[in-house]
Write a protein that binds this ligand. Structure first.
Ligand SMILES: NC(=O)c1ccc[n+]([C@@H]2O[C@H](COP(=O)([O-])OP(=O)(O)OC[C@H]3O[C@@H](n4cnc5c(N)ncnc54)[C@H](O)[C@@H]3O)[C@@H](O)[C@H]2O)c1
Length: 328
């Protein structure tokens, strides 16, 4: 049994990871400032540190005695990066450097979240880890920066890392009410309420949607592959689904006809994003991924149940709650 620090463990992906780590008998420590995550997502039996990943002291304390760190905390929003460039840069890149600095000399392996946004619009599909990277957003540029600093972390400071380039992740606990929510949670939410769907542009743009359980499997497997050569892996299915196909699929599962309102295309939006999962499958030993229809059914079931979080309301299962830093 090991103990892992999960930054961003109150968020969508982080909460699923914490649940899997606990189910495997590991100790879990969560560092989160609850800026987009929720206390209701805290996994019973985990230790919660309310704090900001931009604070070196908070990071040092959070890393004390852990066997590995999953770094997921970020402002996961391309749009917010446009509006608040410097603020998002601090969380999305400076904090990762601060984390590597805090891990330096302690031999703590770090698995961190990168993104398909590092590729930008680079032409040939599917996107391979060796494809040209040309991010089109501050968010993507910061994620690429994380990968480059991970290389420095390994090469100069001997810190083992793995970067996972998540494509479009979906599943239960992805908040459909967030202004930065993924298209799947928004479509599911609106179609369950029989509301019209807004689609930017012609809806033929494609994405590689991956169910959160597959992402968690990749995160768990990646810890053992952390290395000072700083490998990165695509975490994707290899299958593209257009936004119009997605709308039809969700409408079918909801038993409604989707009313679609086309909005002007968004400037700078990547047209097609489909990744190759082959390297991750080979190196991380991952099997086939959950079919999009099955993942959508699980997501809709969670919404129909009233979107429960993980924790009992009184947080009685938590072993400790020790705020170590408040605010930024
Ligand atoms: N969801 C996706 O489709 C997707 C795709 C590519 C990459 N990613 C990356 O995966 C990771 C997890 O994404 P998610 O979808 O679970 O997002 P999320 O917003 O649900 O989770 C992020 C968590 O980080 C916390 N956080 C943010 N800033 C913080 C700070 N300064 N200090 C401490 N905690 C902070 C939030 O409160 C939240 O709990 C992120 O790094 C994101 O960039 C996600």
């Amino acid at each position: 049994m090991a103990t892992f620090l999960v930054t961003g463990g109150c968020g969508f992906i982080g909460s699923h990871l914490c649940a899997a780590l606990r189910a495997n008998g590991h100790g879990v420590r969560v560092l989160d400032d609850l800026s987009s995550g929720s206390e209701a997502n805290l996994v019973p039996g985990s230790t919660f540190l309310l704090g900001d990943v931009c604070q070196p002291m908070a990071l040092r304390e959070a890393l004390d005695g852990v066997d590995g760190c999953y770094h997921l905390a970020a402002i996961a929003s391309v749009q917010r990066g446009e509006r608040e460039w410097l603020v998002t840069h601090r969380t999305n890149l400076s904090a990762t450097v601060a984390l590597f600095e805090a891990a330096r000399g302690r031999g703590i392996p770090v698995v961190y979240a990168s993104s398909a946004a590092v590729y930008g619009s680079t032409g040939a599909l599917p996107l391979h880890e060796d494809s040209v990277v040309r991010p089109l957003s501050a968010y993507g540029a910061d994620k690429l920066g994380c990968e480059q600093h991970a290389r420095v972390a390994g090469h100069v400071h001997g810190i083992p890392t793995v970067g996972l380039r998540f494509f479009n992740v979906f599943g239960p606990r992805q908040d459909p009410t967030s202004p930065y929510s993924g298209v799947i949670s928004i479509f599911c939410d609106r179609l369950l309420r029989t509301q019209a769907l807004n689609i930017f542009g012609d809806g033929q743009q494609t994405r590689d949607f991956i169910f959160v359980e597959d992402v968690v499997r990749a995160l768990l497997a990646a810890m053992a592959r952390a290395d000072t050569t700083a490998p990165v892996f695509n975490i994707c299915t290899g299958q593209g689904t257009s936004v119009l196909q997605l709308a039809a699929l969700v409408a079918d599962l909801c038993g409604v006809k989707a009313e679609i309102i086309h909005q002007p295309a968004r400037a700078g939006e990547v047209r097609h994003s489909i990744g190759s999962p082959l390297r991750a499958r080979e190196y991380l030993g991952l099997g086939s991924t959950v079919a999009i229809r099955d993942g959508l059914e699980a997501t809709l079931a969670w919404m129909r149940e009233g979107r429960p979080g993980l924790a009992p309301s009184a947080h009685s299962g938590l072993s400790a709650r020790a705020p170590i830093r408040q605010g930024r």
